[in-house]
Design a protein around this ligand. Structure first.
Ligand code: AMP
Length: 196
């Protein structure tokens, strides 16, 4: 994996564990020779993550919509900051540049971005690994909800199992490097169930 896109909060969260995990993930990326792609902000966990990669000597590409950059929230230390016109363009470019995706703790924006790449994975639009860094069990309830979706017949278990999870950055990256996408056609499955 050459580049990984990381989605995370534009806020730091209440627990020190979140910032600590962002710093550790940043350092681990650099040790593993992986470049960071992220949303380009200097605030919250996003800023903490980018600075930890830069401080460790790694490479960072930020992708930020003009409106957000103009509000002076772009990280000022980035050599590679791509300014785009919309959130849709931002997500498309981040996905195109990256060989995998990780969600650190975050809010609505983080979930939206991560769930979009999961949707594209289950539709076969890409076959890149999608991992959750489950810091202090932050994502336990979301993972439980994914299980509920399987139980209720809205997600195939193969697609649920494709979501890689670990609390340790190095172990998560290892799982991602060994990943191969599920051979499940979600669209055909939905049609099959509808016709049953
Ligand atoms: P959230 O998880 O809601 O904090 O949002 C994180 C995502 O929302 C980021 O990846 C950005 O796409 C976007 N976002 C929200 N606020 C900002 C901000 N102040 N600067 C840059 N991006 C932001």
């Amino acid at each position: 994996m050459k580049r990984i896109c990381i989605f995370c909060g534009s806020s730091p969260g209440t627990r020190p564990a979140y910032a600590k995990a962002a710093m550790e993930l940043g350092r681990t990326l650099v040790e593993t020779g992986i470049d960071l792609v992220y949303g380009g902000a200097g605030v919250g966990l996003m800023g903490i993550l980018a600075r930890s990669v830069l401080d460790a000597g790694g490479r960072v590409t930020g992708v930020i919509p003009r409106l957000l950059a103009e509000k002076e929230v772009a990280c000022t230390r980035l050599e590679d900051l791509r300014i785009v016109e919309s959130m849709h363009e931002r997500k498309a470019l981040m996905a195109e540049l990256s060989n995998g995706f990780i969600a650190l703790p975050g809010g609505i924006g983080t979930i939206e971005e991560f769930v979009e790449v999961l949707t594209w994975l289950q539709l076969g639009i890409h076959g890149k690994p999608c991992g959750i860094l489950n810091v202090d069990g932050y994502y336990d309830r979301l993972l439980g909800f994914f299980d509920h979706m399987v139980e209720e017949g809205f997600i195939r278990s193969e697609n649920r199992d494709a979501i890689l999870v670990d609390a340790d950055p190095a172990l998560l990256l290892m799982k991602m490097s060994l990943y191969s996408p599920p051979k499940v056609d979600k669209a055909a499955w939905a049609l099959e169930l509808s016709n049953a």
